[in-house]
Design a protein around this ligand. Structure first.
Ligand SMILES: Cc1ncc(C[n+]2csc(CCOP(=O)(O)OP(=O)(O)O)c2C)c(N)n1
Length: 406
């Protein structure tokens, strides 16, 4: 395995704090550096293929990858980034209430997403736009919830891709239960649950680890360690590298370079195969970086230094694969030009689809809460109806509609 340079990891300091680390900061930084672990890397940031004895175990899972496959992975990442940029712009223009960008996490998502099989089941958090893409969910369907016109936007069973989960970490429990069911059914499908470094501090995740281990559930826990849980850095959440936690539960954990799409593909294939073979859960920690804000409601300049982002821009997952493709003569200008046109078309399609989304029926929110009727929901519906009617009264009086004389 290749040890990533620790030089890029400067002591964390809030953007506004004075120079010079305090004793506590120094201790934290020392602990962080000594805990800086090895990671599985198959492509360096310069796009060079890494081949060594330690990586061989994982590299064999991508030995059959063709130049066409590599172009496919590149296309997936570019289109996902384009979609994400369009959604961010749409939020800024008031078309979406909120957006959680995946900028920088494309390789972790496309590599792991492309490792899944059609019959596998995916439990995402709220940022897995690239995994959704790999599962065949129409990207425009991801936007309804962020526009506030529905509570999901797609049929989870249509693509075996569960609805987004905002309550952090809870989907790992759903995934574990589902995986236990898959095993009881005797199927050889696998389950993969996505979550963040911050979510790893949740009790739900610890419970999932315990249950999946003792029941040997066919589940892969895919943690995208983007190093920040909103404004909380990872080192405030853990004393050991996240992947090492798995050992305490009795299953393997591996840290992969989350900006290396090939390594993410290889390691996830390996972990899914373990699940299928009845070898139980695996924790994959994809070590990556959230280059944008946590969501469009967040301002990272308040808590993180610009140099940190700049250091990670140099490890951009898309640029890395592009360098590799170019150095290997796997592409030509025509490929990039066509992809550029495809990206623009996707952006336009997304924009038009969002603007055309109809407002929901005001009372739809009360539907499908329970399979049968429920007294409390009936009461809430009645209260809401009365509230709505109060506006009608104002409008009839000509007050709210502004038709009264002045
Ligand atoms: C149970 C719960 N607690 C708190 C929150 C508020 N919250 C939303 S996102 C977030 C941080 C999540 O960080 P991480 O798991 O690292 O994922 P990331 O957003 O960085 O991908 C928090 C605390 C929540 N949604 N659910």
């Amino acid at each position: 395995m290749t040890v990533e340079s620790t030089a890029a990891h400067k002591p964390r300091r809030s953007a506004g704090s004075k120079a010079g680390a305090s004793g506590t900061e120094r201790a934290r930084t020392t602990a962080r550096k000594s805990a800086e672990p090895e990671l599985v890397q198959l492509l360096t940031p310069e796009g060079k293929r890494v081949k060594n004895a330690k990586n061989a175990e994982y590299a064999k899972y991508v030995s059959g990858v063709t130049p066409e496959d590599l172009r496919g992975l590149y296309r997936d990442m570019v289109l996902t980034r384009r979609f994400d940029a369009e959604a961010t712009a749409l939020q800024r223009q008031g078309e979406l209430g909120l957006w959680a960008s995946l900028l920088g996490q494309e390789a972790a998502q496309i590599g792991s997403g492309r490792a899944t099989r059609e019959d596998d089941y995916v439990f995402p958090t709220y940022r897995e736009h690239g995994v959704a893409w790999c599962r065949g969910v129409d990207p425009t369907n991801l936007l309804g919830m962020f526009r506030g016109v529905n509570n999901g936007g797609w049929d989870p069973n249509g693509n075996n891709f569960h609805l987004y989960t905002i309550v952090i970490g809870s989907q790992t429990l759903h995934a574990t239960g589902y995986a236990m069911g898959v095993a009881k059914d005797g199927a050889d499908s696998a389950v993969i649950a996505y979550f963040g470094d911050g979510a790893s501090s949740q009790g739900d995740v610890a419970e999932s680890f315990t249950f999946s281990a003792v029941y040997n559930a066919p589940v892969v826990f895919f943690c995208q360690n983007n190093q920040w849980a909103i404004s909380e850095p990872t080192e405030k959440q853990t004393r050991v590298p996240l992947y090492q936690r798995a050992q305490g539960y009795g299953f393997p954990g591996v840290r992969v370079d989350g900006n290396d799409v090939l390594a993410c593909l290889a390691v996830t294939r390996w972990a899914l195969e373990r699940a299928r073979n009845g070898e139980g859960p695996t924790l994959v920690e994809a070590y990556t970086y959230r280059m944008g804000a946590h969501t469009t409601s967040d301002d990272p300049t308040k808590y993180r230094a610009d140099e940190e982002r700049e250091a990670w821009e140099a490890k951009d997952p898309i640029l890395r694969l592009r360098r590799h493709l170019e150095a290997s003569n796997h592409t030509d200008e025509g490929f990039f030009a066509e992809l550029e046109a495809e990206s623009e078309a996707l952006g336009r399609r997304v924009r038009e689809a969002v603007r055309a989304m109809p407002d929901p029926d005001r009372f739809a929110i009360f539907e499908n809460v329970y399979a049968d009727g429920h007294a409390l929901v009936d009461e809430e519906r009645a209260q809401f109806a009365a509230y709505q009617a109060s506006f009608a009264t104002e409008s009839e009086s000509g007050f709210a509609a502004g038709t009264g004389g002045n």
